[in-house]
Ligand binder design. Structure first.
Ligand SMILES: NC(=O)c1ccc[n+]([C@@H]2O[C@H](COP(=O)([O-])OP(=O)(O)OC[C@H]3O[C@@H](n4cnc5c(N)ncnc54)[C@H](OP(=O)(O)O)[C@@H]3O)[C@@H](O)[C@H]2O)c1
Length: 378
């Protein structure tokens, strides 16, 4: 089968179409025919060899991609799926013999898979599993309660945006950073207050909350720079590992999504929240697989912004290749005109979520009645 990968670690130019053996699922696994694979910052490190320690047992080519959406094409023994089901999944490339989601087919544990959200297509669905799960995990680790204050950095990004929206579902007060041009976007995501982004964002947050915020979800990797915004005894959720010690009793939570890849209940909850319009699935660009290198360059340059909704899947022009779509979803669409949340604006959406969905600080930790963990997969 075809995949996009690297034989030698390096720059974006190392990404190329490669032939790899077609994978088959083992017991408890499924194979997905990939229709869309999100391009995330971690893919850039994977391609460059940042994770080579974890990849050393796998021979090249190394195939990146932690988010897949597509169609179940083969079902391993005991896996509760049917061929043809339309699904999304989180993928750990270094844990798979054939790598990640930039491929015609990917095999994952059945627990890493849920149906695509109602109203989503494959491209938009592929934005959700990895960053949604990471945002959920950051909030779980911070453990804030209704009414407490959370600051979010990198709020315009994929992780930060999901944090903002999930935090509003949990009835937190959200202060989010934004550049001037991203202010409408971040406000539409539901942030209560905005501060201009930058290395001195802690000062601006403190100006709003002199006693300090209860927690920070740090999608912009500011680490110690943002810690002064946090009250004594608060929490800082970091997403790239940080060994600093902010002091004042502030707990540093090391967020790592890989440990959560079998958390079907959380994935299912994210699916429901997206389907109900509480999470906005944002797509910046859709590119053919043959332009994966360009996708990496664009993401590395930052500021990826949509020129407009472009959700028509594009083939890569090569009929022999079944790789369909590589998609970037960094940053930033305010509200997608082609798929608005069903209930007016995001701000209105999150102000009064149905009470039955909220169960206190562990609002996302409980299996939903229709989740697989509660006995129903479909
Ligand atoms: N540990 C885990 O398990 C895990 C899981 C998922 C993600 N992550 C990490 O989380 C981070 C965010 O991921 P993502 O997918 O959300 O990336 P993203 O979509 O590129 O979002 C990052 C956002 O931060 C903004 N930004 C960059 N520098 C900033 C600064 N100094 N101050 C404020 N904002 C700044 C970016 O703006 P511009 O676009 O204008 O540059 C962008 O909007 C990445 O480092 C990723 O590797 C970790």
């Amino acid at each position: 089968m075809r995949a996009i990968g690297v034989v030698e670690f390096g720059g974006p130019e190392q990404l190329r179409a490669v032939d790899v053996p077609e994978p088959h699922p083992g017991p408890g696994e499924v194979r997905i025919r990939v229709q869309a694979a999100a391009v995330n910052p971690t893919d850039l490190g994977f391609r460059a060899g940042t994770h080579r320690e974890r990849q050393r047992d796998a021979p090249p080519p190394h195939v990146p991609g932690m988010d897949a959406a597509g169609v179940i094409s083969e079902v391993g023994e005991g896996a509760p799926w049917t061929i043809g089901d339309e699904v999304m999944a989180i993928v750990v490339p270094a844990a798979r013999p054939h790598g990640g989601a930039y491929a015609d087919q990917v095999v994952v544990p059945a627990e890493s898979v849920v149906r695509i959200p109602a109203g989503a297509n494959f491209a938009s669905a592929s934005t959700l599993p990895m960053n949604g799960l990471t945002a959920w995990l950051a909030l779980e680790m911070l453990g804030l309660s209704t009414g407490q204050t959370l600051a979010v950095t990198g709020a315009a990004g994929a992780f930060g945006g999901y944090v903002v929206q999930l935090a509003k579902v949990a009835h937190l007060h959200v202060i989010a950073d934004a550049s001037e041009k991203d202010e409408p976007l971040v406000r539409n995501l539901g942030a209560d207050e905005l501060v201009r982004r930058g290395d001195d964002v802690a000062d601006r947050i403190r100006a709003l909350v002199p006693e300090g915020v209860d927690g920070v979800a740090d999608g912009a990797l500011l680490n110690g720079l943002v810690a002064p915004a946090i009250r004594d005894g608060g929490g800082l959720a970091v997403v790239r590992g940080w060994s600093g010690e902010p002091g004042r009793g502030i707990a540093v939570h090391q967020v790592g999504v890989v440990a959560q890849v079998r958390n079907t209940a959380a994935l299912e909850r994210l699916r429901q929240l997206a389907g109900d319009g509480f999470l906005t699935l944002r797509v910046a660009r859709v590119l053919p697989a043959s332009q994966a290198a360009e996708a990496h360059r664009m993401l590395a340059a930052g500021g990826v912004r949509p020129a407009g909704p472009r959700l028509q899947p594009l083939t890569d022009g090569n009929p022999a290749s079944r790789c369909r779509v590589i998609r970037i979803h960094s940053g930033v669409v305010s509200t997608m005109p082609w798929r608005r949340p069903r209930r007016a604006a995001a701000t209105a959406l999150v102000s009064e979520p149905p009470k039955s969905r909220l169960t206190g600080p562990h609002w996302l930790g409980h299996p939903h009645p229709t989740s697989p963990a509660a006995g129903r997969r479909h």
